[in-house]
Structure formats: C-alpha cells, structure tokens
Design a protein around this ligand. Sequence first.
Ligand SMILES: [Zn+2]
Length: 400
Amino acid sequence: MRTLLLNGRIEGADASDIVIDDGSITRIVPAGSAQVESADEVIDLAGQLVLPGFVDGHSHADKSMWDEPWTRRHSVDITMEQMFQDTLEQWKLPQSSIKDRARRFLYKSIAAGSTTIRAYADVFPGIDLQGVHAMLELKEELAPFADISVVAFPQLGILRTPGTQDLLEQALKDGADGIGGLDPAAVERDASQVLDIVFGLAEKYQVTADFHAHEVGELGVWLVERVAERTKALGMAGNVSMCDVFALAEPSAEQFGRLSHAFADAGIAFSIGVHGLLPVPDVKGLHEAGVAMCLGSDSSRSLWSPWGDGDILSRAMMMSYKSYWRTDDDLELAARLATSLGHQALGAAAQQVVTGEVADLVVLPGEAVAEVVVQPVPRSLVLKRGVVVARDGQLVTAAG
Ligand SMILES: [Zn+2]
C-alpha cells in the first residue's frame, strides 16, 4: 500500500511530497517531484503543515462525561477530600457505560491528533476493575487509530482505601500496562509503604510506574527524591513517570535544582499539567536540565472539573500562554513536547516527519509551527501508520 501526500509543509523544509509505504515514510522529495502514478492513494495537502502524531501522556478518558447530558457542578472546595467525594459521586450518577463515555472522549482526542495515548483507569472497591477492563477493550478496539496504554490508577489511594492493592495486582494480571500511585505522602501518609507497593508490583509484572503527586513545597521535593532513589535502585530509568507534581509549580531556586536533578538523573519522565490553579512549571529549565517531558490532557470533563477536551495542541497553547512564551523557538519547543519529545517521555523513539519513521501524522492549515501553537486550528487529517483515521475533526470509523 503506497500513499502519497503532495505539497505538505514540514518544519524546517521546503514544500514536500511524502511517500508512505505500508505505514512508514519511505521518501520525502521536493513538492511536485513524486511519481503520482505509482501510488494507491494520493492526497493533496495544498501547502498545509505536517506534524508528527501527538502524544497524550495523561488521559482520564474513563471519567469523561463528554456528550453526556450536562451535569451541574457544585463543589467549591479545592481539596483532595472534595475530589474523592466527587469521584465517588460521579460513579453513582445515571450515565452511559464507562466504555461508551471513554470511547467518545478518545474519538475526540484522536480526531484532534493524538495517535499515542497513556490512559489512566480508576481502581477502587465499588467500581473494582470495570474501568480497567473497559479501557483494555478500547485499547484493542481503537488500535488502528492510536496506541493506547492503560495505567491502573488508585484514584482514592491504596492505603487510604483498603482492598485497592489486590485490585491493582489483578489489573496487572489482566493486562494493564502500568501501575499508578496518588500522593504517597500527603494523602496516603506513608510514602515508603506506597512506594514499596507500587514499585513492587511494577517490578513483579514488568510494567511502568507512575505517580500523581500533589504534594507542595519541601514535602513534594522530598517525595520526588524518594521516587528517584527507588527508580535508580531498581534500574527502572525510562519506565517511571510523574504527573501534576505541584512541587514544581512554585519551587525555590534550590528546590528547582533538586527536582530537576532528581528527574533527569533517575530517568523519570514528567507529564506537564496545565492547571488553572497554579503556575506552569519552568518547562524550559527542566528541558535544559535534561528532563524527559510530555503534555497531557488530564481533565476530561468529569464531575470534579468541567474542563478538558482531549486536544493536546490546545494544551501546548495554554502552557505557552501561561508561560508567556513569545518566540518561535519557545513555541516550537511546545510543539515538540506534544510530538517527538512526548514520545521519548513515554519511552519510545522520538517520532519526526523524516524518512524511515512510522507515518503517524497530523495535517493542519498554517504556515509555521509557532502559528498553530498560538492558534490551534482544527486538524484537517490525522494518519495512523499511513492510514487516514480522522478528517476535519471526525474519526474515519472505517479505518482498520
Ligand atoms: Zn490525573
């Protein structure tokens, strides 16, 4: 199967024709010089930008209420306790199945350009493994559209919610790709024990480990250093990640130095959150220190938060806006966090629009990468392994 993309604009190159054979980019030649008659499919991009497929390193599709009847949100306390209550309440609401809601949100994420997605699935007694099983089924169902990995996530804590640990282990036996943890110090009150459990299961089942960490200040720095110690001791560099990490929002210079060192030295990836509540971390400083990073959609219109639409380019825009990035160099870094750097943060090779790469591509109108970061226009096409899987914001459901 040969597909030709004619007259596309690739970062740093003149207008080009892209030749795709069986899902991989085999040649990139000046626009107008590809042999059209040799192709099974020819698509004229009319000078549009071509970016690598986006990476969403932090999706909560299982909790999404996207396209459900609107639910009024009342909780005003910004506390983890309130968040836990809202989580429990949401699962009791009359709503579509987890699988149907998550599928809707993932369709939207993919149509916005995400071809690689790390999705968390809530695990706690009551919903048990319904979320994990739904997400594992969707991982298989949506394989032609996106590479989805599923992290079993103790949203209500492991020690705080007895019964969760056994469920997490069963989730890994059932095929989850990773195990999560939540605020081992501030919520669980016993970081050592939580790290024993999470790293123990990660090692036993050879999966990735990931921590949501809302600890602030010195406690947050201490926690990241403890995660780094374990990561190094177990030789798990590249297989451990952290998200939220509120300690990175407003650290002192000394704390920032310790945090960036801990991440880079231990090989822990950071998925950048863009929170209305807090400043965005110093992403450029972390990048310069060698910290692997990706972006994440995070909120997905749950009962706790109505925000989030699964669009990673919009997250890149919000991050850049909150960071007051203005130069093309900075805005291009934002785009790379959504693409090539994001892949590296998830433990894969950097994916770029070059010969030899898998043809996961996003096509959108615009002249420059910086332009589409500040103005995330609708995506014209999304290709997964050379096949058009979304067009003008809609999934092409005949794919695969
Ligand atoms: Zn999260």
